[in-house]
Design a protein around this ligand. Structure first.
Ligand code: COD
Ligand code: ZN
Ligand code: ZN
Length: 380
Protein backbone atom coordinates (compact mmCIF):
# COMPACT_ATOMS: atom_id res chain seq x y z
CA UNK A 1 0.00 0.00 0.00
CA UNK A 2 1.26 3.47 -0.82
CA UNK A 3 2.34 5.46 2.25
CA UNK A 4 1.39 9.11 2.21
CA UNK A 5 2.43 10.15 5.69
CA UNK A 6 5.55 9.86 7.86
CA UNK A 7 6.23 10.13 11.59
CA UNK A 8 3.66 9.93 14.42
CA UNK A 9 1.16 11.50 12.11
CA UNK A 10 -2.03 10.24 13.71
CA UNK A 11 -1.24 11.14 17.30
CA UNK A 12 -2.07 14.29 19.22
CA UNK A 13 1.05 15.49 21.06
CA UNK A 14 0.83 17.02 24.53
CA UNK A 15 3.67 19.47 25.16
CA UNK A 16 4.54 22.75 26.82
CA UNK A 17 3.79 26.13 25.30
CA UNK A 18 3.72 29.75 26.52
CA UNK A 19 0.24 31.26 26.38
CA UNK A 20 -0.83 34.89 26.70
CA UNK A 21 -4.38 34.52 28.00
CA UNK A 22 -5.29 38.24 27.86
CA UNK A 23 -3.81 41.51 26.52
CA UNK A 24 -0.95 42.79 28.66
CA UNK A 25 -0.67 39.65 30.82
CA UNK A 26 2.59 37.66 31.28
CA UNK A 27 3.20 34.31 29.60
CA UNK A 28 2.01 31.21 31.40
CA UNK A 29 3.65 27.90 30.61
CA UNK A 30 0.88 25.39 29.98
CA UNK A 31 0.42 21.91 28.62
CA UNK A 32 -1.19 22.17 25.18
CA UNK A 33 -2.48 19.65 22.68
CA UNK A 34 -1.04 19.83 19.18
CA UNK A 35 -3.05 17.83 16.63
CA UNK A 36 -1.59 15.56 13.98
CA UNK A 37 -0.61 17.32 10.76
CA UNK A 38 -3.28 17.16 8.09
CA UNK A 39 -2.72 17.09 4.34
CA UNK A 40 -0.19 19.76 3.27
CA UNK A 41 1.02 20.32 6.82
CA UNK A 42 3.96 19.19 8.92
CA UNK A 43 4.47 19.05 12.68
CA UNK A 44 7.78 20.43 13.92
CA UNK A 45 9.68 20.19 17.20
CA UNK A 46 10.94 23.70 17.90
CA UNK A 47 14.55 23.66 19.14
CA UNK A 48 15.31 27.39 19.47
CA UNK A 49 13.17 30.52 19.21
CA UNK A 50 14.12 34.20 19.47
CA UNK A 51 12.25 37.01 21.20
CA UNK A 52 11.27 39.86 18.84
CA UNK A 53 9.74 43.27 19.56
CA UNK A 54 6.75 42.33 17.39
CA UNK A 55 5.80 39.62 19.92
CA UNK A 56 5.79 42.35 22.57
CA UNK A 57 3.59 44.52 20.32
CA UNK A 58 1.02 41.72 20.10
CA UNK A 59 0.98 41.26 23.90
CA UNK A 60 -0.03 44.91 24.21
CA UNK A 61 -2.61 44.76 21.42
CA UNK A 62 -0.58 47.06 19.13
CA UNK A 63 -0.66 44.87 16.03
CA UNK A 64 -4.02 44.48 14.33
CA UNK A 65 -5.64 41.08 13.81
CA UNK A 66 -4.42 39.35 16.99
CA UNK A 67 -6.86 37.50 19.18
CA UNK A 68 -6.38 36.07 22.66
CA UNK A 69 -5.56 33.58 24.12
CA UNK A 70 -2.60 33.27 21.80
CA UNK A 71 0.72 31.48 21.39
CA UNK A 72 3.28 33.98 20.06
CA UNK A 73 6.76 33.45 18.57
CA UNK A 74 7.76 33.73 14.92
CA UNK A 75 11.61 33.53 14.83
CA UNK A 76 12.63 29.90 15.21
CA UNK A 77 14.28 26.75 13.96
CA UNK A 78 13.30 23.16 14.54
CA UNK A 79 13.20 19.55 13.42
CA UNK A 80 10.39 17.88 11.48
CA UNK A 81 8.49 15.39 13.68
CA UNK A 82 5.84 14.19 11.23
CA UNK A 83 4.69 14.94 7.71
CA UNK A 84 1.11 15.09 6.46
CA UNK A 85 -0.21 13.76 3.19
CA UNK A 86 0.88 15.53 0.03
CA UNK A 87 3.91 17.32 1.49
CA UNK A 88 7.01 16.67 -0.58
CA UNK A 89 10.73 17.30 -0.13
CA UNK A 90 10.85 16.94 3.66
CA UNK A 91 10.94 14.02 6.12
CA UNK A 92 11.06 13.50 9.89
CA UNK A 93 14.45 14.59 11.22
CA UNK A 94 15.01 17.37 8.65
CA UNK A 95 15.85 20.85 9.95
CA UNK A 96 13.43 23.64 9.05
CA UNK A 97 12.76 27.33 9.69
CA UNK A 98 9.08 28.38 10.07
CA UNK A 99 8.04 31.25 7.77
CA UNK A 100 5.85 34.05 9.11
CA UNK A 101 5.90 35.33 5.53
CA UNK A 102 4.90 32.19 3.60
CA UNK A 103 5.54 31.45 -0.06
CA UNK A 104 2.86 29.27 -1.67
CA UNK A 105 4.51 29.66 -5.08
CA UNK A 106 1.16 29.85 -6.88
CA UNK A 107 -0.59 33.10 -6.01
CA UNK A 108 -0.43 36.36 -7.95
CA UNK A 109 2.16 37.77 -5.50
CA UNK A 110 4.37 34.66 -5.47
CA UNK A 111 4.41 34.74 -9.27
CA UNK A 112 5.47 38.40 -9.34
CA UNK A 113 9.26 38.78 -9.00
CA UNK A 114 8.94 42.25 -7.43
CA UNK A 115 7.26 41.28 -4.15
CA UNK A 116 7.66 38.68 -1.43
CA UNK A 117 4.07 38.95 -0.21
CA UNK A 118 1.88 35.84 -0.51
CA UNK A 119 -1.87 35.47 -0.43
CA UNK A 120 -1.44 33.00 2.47
CA UNK A 121 0.25 35.64 4.62
CA UNK A 122 -1.61 36.52 7.83
CA UNK A 123 -0.34 40.11 8.09
CA UNK A 124 -3.28 42.48 8.15
CA UNK A 125 -5.77 39.59 8.21
CA UNK A 126 -7.48 37.48 10.82
CA UNK A 127 -4.85 35.16 12.28
CA UNK A 128 -6.52 31.78 12.04
CA UNK A 129 -6.85 30.26 8.57
CA UNK A 130 -10.45 29.36 7.85
CA UNK A 131 -9.74 25.70 7.11
CA UNK A 132 -7.87 25.02 10.37
CA UNK A 133 -10.54 25.15 13.03
CA UNK A 134 -8.36 23.82 15.83
CA UNK A 135 -4.59 24.04 16.11
CA UNK A 136 -3.65 24.32 19.77
CA UNK A 137 -6.01 23.38 22.58
CA UNK A 138 -5.45 24.12 26.25
CA UNK A 139 -7.87 23.51 29.14
CA UNK A 140 -10.63 22.86 26.60
CA UNK A 141 -10.09 26.21 24.87
CA UNK A 142 -8.86 26.91 21.35
CA UNK A 143 -5.64 28.95 21.38
CA UNK A 144 -4.98 31.37 18.53
CA UNK A 145 -1.78 31.43 16.53
CA UNK A 146 0.67 34.21 15.64
CA UNK A 147 1.33 34.53 11.90
CA UNK A 148 0.11 30.93 11.50
CA UNK A 149 3.36 29.56 13.00
CA UNK A 150 3.41 30.11 16.84
CA UNK A 151 6.89 29.05 17.82
CA UNK A 152 6.63 29.57 21.61
CA UNK A 153 5.54 25.93 21.77
CA UNK A 154 7.58 22.74 21.90
CA UNK A 155 5.66 21.47 18.84
CA UNK A 156 3.82 23.44 16.18
CA UNK A 157 1.93 22.81 12.94
CA UNK A 158 3.19 24.45 9.73
CA UNK A 159 1.50 24.62 6.35
CA UNK A 160 3.74 23.50 3.47
CA UNK A 161 3.98 27.13 2.31
CA UNK A 162 5.24 28.20 5.75
CA UNK A 163 8.51 26.36 6.27
CA UNK A 164 11.90 26.18 4.56
CA UNK A 165 14.10 23.09 4.76
CA UNK A 166 17.66 24.07 5.69
CA UNK A 167 21.15 22.51 5.74
CA UNK A 168 21.50 19.65 8.24
CA UNK A 169 24.72 21.31 9.54
CA UNK A 170 22.95 24.53 10.58
CA UNK A 171 23.24 25.47 14.29
CA UNK A 172 19.57 25.93 15.19
CA UNK A 173 20.28 28.24 18.16
CA UNK A 174 21.76 30.77 15.71
CA UNK A 175 19.95 30.30 12.39
CA UNK A 176 16.61 30.79 14.15
CA UNK A 177 17.43 34.51 13.73
CA UNK A 178 17.15 34.02 9.96
CA UNK A 179 13.44 33.45 10.66
CA UNK A 180 12.94 37.16 11.46
CA UNK A 181 15.43 39.78 12.69
CA UNK A 182 18.44 38.94 10.58
CA UNK A 183 16.62 38.45 7.27
CA UNK A 184 14.36 41.45 7.85
CA UNK A 185 17.27 43.82 8.49
CA UNK A 186 19.85 42.37 6.10
CA UNK A 187 17.31 42.10 3.23
CA UNK A 188 16.14 45.69 3.80
CA UNK A 189 19.68 46.81 2.93
CA UNK A 190 20.63 44.38 0.17
CA UNK A 191 17.20 43.78 -1.48
CA UNK A 192 14.80 46.58 -0.69
CA UNK A 193 17.23 49.53 -0.72
CA UNK A 194 19.90 47.84 -2.87
CA UNK A 195 22.65 49.73 -1.04
CA UNK A 196 25.52 50.56 -3.40
CA UNK A 197 29.27 50.42 -2.68
CA UNK A 198 30.64 53.74 -1.38
CA UNK A 199 27.23 55.05 -0.27
CA UNK A 200 26.10 56.70 2.99
CA UNK A 201 23.46 55.07 5.21
CA UNK A 202 21.57 55.95 8.40
CA UNK A 203 19.97 53.27 10.56
CA UNK A 204 17.34 54.35 13.12
CA UNK A 205 16.99 51.83 15.97
CA UNK A 206 19.66 49.34 17.00
CA UNK A 207 17.69 46.27 18.03
CA UNK A 208 18.21 42.91 16.34
CA UNK A 209 16.58 44.28 13.18
CA UNK A 210 18.55 47.56 12.95
CA UNK A 211 21.87 45.82 13.68
CA UNK A 212 21.09 43.38 10.87
CA UNK A 213 20.54 46.35 8.54
CA UNK A 214 24.06 47.48 9.51
CA UNK A 215 25.43 44.02 8.61
CA UNK A 216 23.69 44.32 5.21
CA UNK A 217 25.00 47.86 4.55
CA UNK A 218 28.53 46.70 5.39
CA UNK A 219 28.31 43.59 3.16
CA UNK A 220 26.97 45.86 0.35
CA UNK A 221 30.08 48.08 0.71
CA UNK A 222 28.61 51.28 2.20
CA UNK A 223 31.30 53.86 3.02
CA UNK A 224 29.52 55.54 5.92
CA UNK A 225 26.95 53.90 8.22
CA UNK A 226 25.47 56.20 10.86
CA UNK A 227 23.64 54.41 13.69
CA UNK A 228 20.91 56.30 15.59
CA UNK A 229 19.48 55.22 18.96
CA UNK A 230 18.42 56.82 22.23
CA UNK A 231 20.06 53.99 24.15
CA UNK A 232 23.83 54.50 23.97
CA UNK A 233 24.55 51.04 25.36
CA UNK A 234 23.68 49.81 21.85
CA UNK A 235 26.54 51.74 20.23
CA UNK A 236 29.43 49.34 20.96
CA UNK A 237 27.71 46.46 19.16
CA UNK A 238 26.71 48.74 16.24
CA UNK A 239 30.38 49.75 15.80
CA UNK A 240 31.52 46.12 16.03
CA UNK A 241 29.14 45.27 13.17
CA UNK A 242 30.21 48.14 10.90
CA UNK A 243 28.68 51.47 12.01
CA UNK A 244 31.15 54.29 11.34
CA UNK A 245 29.32 56.84 13.58
CA UNK A 246 26.77 56.46 16.41
CA UNK A 247 24.51 59.31 17.52
CA UNK A 248 21.73 59.81 20.07
CA UNK A 249 18.93 62.35 19.41
CA UNK A 250 19.23 63.28 23.13
CA UNK A 251 22.65 64.85 22.50
CA UNK A 252 21.38 67.54 20.13
CA UNK A 253 19.06 70.50 20.50
CA UNK A 254 17.90 70.21 16.90
CA UNK A 255 16.02 67.48 15.04
CA UNK A 256 18.11 64.43 14.18
CA UNK A 257 17.46 64.80 10.44
CA UNK A 258 19.24 68.16 10.52
CA UNK A 259 22.21 66.55 12.27
CA UNK A 260 22.37 63.77 9.66
CA UNK A 261 21.99 66.23 6.78
CA UNK A 262 24.96 68.25 8.09
CA UNK A 263 27.07 65.15 8.75
CA UNK A 264 26.62 63.96 5.15
CA UNK A 265 26.61 67.27 3.26
CA UNK A 266 22.97 67.15 2.18
CA UNK A 267 21.52 63.87 3.44
CA UNK A 268 22.21 60.15 3.34
CA UNK A 269 21.77 57.95 0.27
CA UNK A 270 19.79 55.36 2.25
CA UNK A 271 17.92 55.57 5.55
CA UNK A 272 16.18 52.77 7.43
CA UNK A 273 13.56 53.01 10.18
CA UNK A 274 13.87 50.02 12.52
CA UNK A 275 12.02 51.35 15.57
CA UNK A 276 8.36 51.21 14.54
CA UNK A 277 7.56 54.90 15.22
CA UNK A 278 5.88 57.13 12.66
CA UNK A 279 7.84 60.20 13.82
CA UNK A 280 11.12 58.33 13.20
CA UNK A 281 9.84 57.24 9.78
CA UNK A 282 9.32 60.89 8.84
CA UNK A 283 12.75 61.71 10.35
CA UNK A 284 14.38 58.98 8.27
CA UNK A 285 12.77 60.37 5.10
CA UNK A 286 13.85 63.92 5.96
CA UNK A 287 17.44 62.65 6.49
CA UNK A 288 17.73 61.26 2.99
CA UNK A 289 19.19 63.35 0.22
CA UNK A 290 17.40 65.52 -2.25
CA UNK A 291 17.37 63.94 -5.72
CA UNK A 292 18.00 60.26 -5.10
CA UNK A 293 17.76 59.38 -1.40
CA UNK A 294 15.93 56.17 -0.55
CA UNK A 295 14.16 55.48 2.76
CA UNK A 296 13.05 52.02 3.79
CA UNK A 297 10.38 51.51 6.45
CA UNK A 298 11.32 48.33 8.29
CA UNK A 299 9.58 48.75 11.66
CA UNK A 300 5.89 48.11 12.16
CA UNK A 301 4.16 51.05 13.87
CA UNK A 302 1.07 50.66 16.08
CA UNK A 303 -1.84 50.11 13.69
CA UNK A 304 -3.61 53.31 14.81
CA UNK A 305 -0.62 55.60 14.05
CA UNK A 306 -0.39 57.51 10.76
CA UNK A 307 2.48 59.32 9.01
CA UNK A 308 2.19 62.91 7.76
CA UNK A 309 4.84 64.05 5.29
CA UNK A 310 5.53 67.13 3.21
CA UNK A 311 4.90 65.95 -0.40
CA UNK A 312 7.79 68.18 -1.50
CA UNK A 313 10.13 65.56 -0.03
CA UNK A 314 8.89 63.15 -2.70
CA UNK A 315 8.59 65.68 -5.53
CA UNK A 316 12.27 66.44 -5.17
CA UNK A 317 13.14 62.84 -5.98
CA UNK A 318 13.28 60.87 -2.76
CA UNK A 319 11.96 57.31 -2.71
CA UNK A 320 10.00 55.89 0.23
CA UNK A 321 9.70 52.10 0.35
CA UNK A 322 8.87 49.35 2.78
CA UNK A 323 8.94 45.58 2.88
CA UNK A 324 8.22 42.79 5.30
CA UNK A 325 10.92 40.20 5.88
CA UNK A 326 13.56 42.16 3.97
CA UNK A 327 11.82 41.51 0.65
CA UNK A 328 13.00 37.86 0.57
CA UNK A 329 10.76 35.31 -1.11
CA UNK A 330 11.03 33.20 1.98
CA UNK A 331 10.96 29.55 0.89
CA UNK A 332 13.44 30.24 -1.95
CA UNK A 333 15.86 32.39 0.00
CA UNK A 334 16.02 31.13 3.61
CA UNK A 335 18.00 28.00 2.69
CA UNK A 336 20.52 30.21 0.84
CA UNK A 337 20.83 32.64 3.75
CA UNK A 338 21.45 29.68 6.07
CA UNK A 339 24.17 28.41 3.71
CA UNK A 340 25.73 31.91 3.58
CA UNK A 341 25.78 31.97 7.38
CA UNK A 342 27.46 28.52 7.54
CA UNK A 343 29.98 29.82 4.96
CA UNK A 344 30.59 32.82 7.30
CA UNK A 345 29.51 35.50 4.81
CA UNK A 346 28.09 37.15 7.96
CA UNK A 347 27.96 36.25 11.62
CA UNK A 348 24.82 35.86 13.72
CA UNK A 349 26.69 35.45 17.03
CA UNK A 350 26.89 39.19 17.77
CA UNK A 351 23.09 39.46 17.72
CA UNK A 352 22.64 36.91 20.50
CA UNK A 353 23.09 38.50 23.92
CA UNK A 354 21.19 35.96 26.04
CA UNK A 355 20.22 32.30 25.88
CA UNK A 356 17.58 31.06 28.34
CA UNK A 357 15.61 27.89 28.89
CA UNK A 358 12.10 28.21 27.43
CA UNK A 359 10.50 28.30 30.91
CA UNK A 360 12.25 31.65 31.54
CA UNK A 361 10.37 33.37 28.69
CA UNK A 362 9.03 36.15 30.96
CA UNK A 363 12.60 36.94 32.04
CA UNK A 364 13.57 37.15 28.36
CA UNK A 365 10.81 39.70 27.70
CA UNK A 366 11.90 41.72 30.76
CA UNK A 367 15.40 41.98 29.22
CA UNK A 368 13.85 43.30 25.97
CA UNK A 369 11.67 45.82 27.85
CA UNK A 370 14.67 47.05 29.84
CA UNK A 371 16.71 47.53 26.65
CA UNK A 372 19.31 45.05 27.96
CA UNK A 373 19.12 42.45 25.21
CA UNK A 374 19.54 42.39 21.45
CA UNK A 375 18.26 38.87 20.97
CA UNK A 376 17.36 36.37 23.65
CA UNK A 377 17.21 32.81 22.33
CA UNK A 378 14.91 30.42 24.19
CA UNK A 379 15.84 26.77 23.98
CA UNK A 380 13.69 23.73 24.71
N1 COD B 1 14.80 57.14 18.59
C1 COD B 1 15.88 56.34 18.42
N2 COD B 1 15.91 55.03 18.83
C2 COD B 1 14.83 54.56 19.47
C3 COD B 1 13.68 55.35 19.71
C4 COD B 1 13.69 56.70 19.24
N3 COD B 1 12.64 57.52 19.42
N4 COD B 1 12.76 54.59 20.37
C5 COD B 1 13.32 53.36 20.51
N5 COD B 1 14.56 53.33 19.97
C6 COD B 1 15.48 52.21 19.90
C7 COD B 1 15.53 51.35 21.14
O1 COD B 1 16.41 51.85 22.11
C8 COD B 1 16.01 50.00 20.56
O2 COD B 1 17.42 49.89 20.60
C9 COD B 1 15.56 50.04 19.11
O3 COD B 1 15.04 51.34 18.86
C10 COD B 1 14.46 49.01 18.80
O4 COD B 1 14.96 47.76 18.97
P1 COD B 1 14.15 46.52 19.60
O5 COD B 1 15.16 45.55 20.10
O6 COD B 1 13.11 47.02 20.52
O7 COD B 1 13.35 45.94 18.37
P2 COD B 1 13.69 44.89 17.19
O8 COD B 1 14.98 45.22 16.51
O9 COD B 1 13.50 43.50 17.71
O10 COD B 1 12.47 45.17 16.18
C11 COD B 1 11.96 46.41 16.00
C12 COD B 1 11.00 46.49 14.85
C13 COD B 1 10.13 47.70 15.02
C14 COD B 1 11.82 46.63 13.60
C15 COD B 1 10.12 45.20 14.82
O11 COD B 1 9.19 45.19 15.83
C16 COD B 1 9.45 45.10 13.52
O12 COD B 1 8.54 45.83 13.27
N6 COD B 1 10.01 44.22 12.65
C17 COD B 1 10.00 44.32 11.23
C18 COD B 1 8.71 44.17 10.53
C19 COD B 1 8.32 42.77 10.35
O13 COD B 1 8.76 42.10 9.45
N7 COD B 1 7.44 42.34 11.27
C20 COD B 1 6.89 41.05 11.27
C21 COD B 1 7.67 40.15 12.19
S1 COD B 1 8.72 40.99 13.21
ZN1 ZN C 1 10.02 39.58 14.36
ZN1 ZN D 1 1.70 32.85 -2.57
Amino acid sequence: MKRFTQGSVHQVIKCKAAIIWETGKPFSIEEVEVPAPRAHEIRVKIVATGICRSDEHVIHGLLSGSEFPIILGHEAAGIVESVGEGVTGVKPGDKVIPLFMPQCGKCVYCRNPNTNMCVNCSIGKSEEPKDRIVTFMCKGKQIHRMSNISTFSEYTILHESAFAKIDAKAPLDRVCLIGCAFSTGYGSAVNTAKVQPGSTCAVFGLGGVGLSVIIGCKVAGAAQIIAVDLNKTKFAKAKELGATDCISPHDYDKPIHEVLTEMTNGGVDYSFECIGRTDSMVGALQSSNFGFGTTVIVGVAPSTDKMAIDPMLMLTGRTLKGAFFGGWKSKDWIPKLVSDSIAKKFSLDELVTHTLPFEKINEGFELLRAGKSIRTILTF
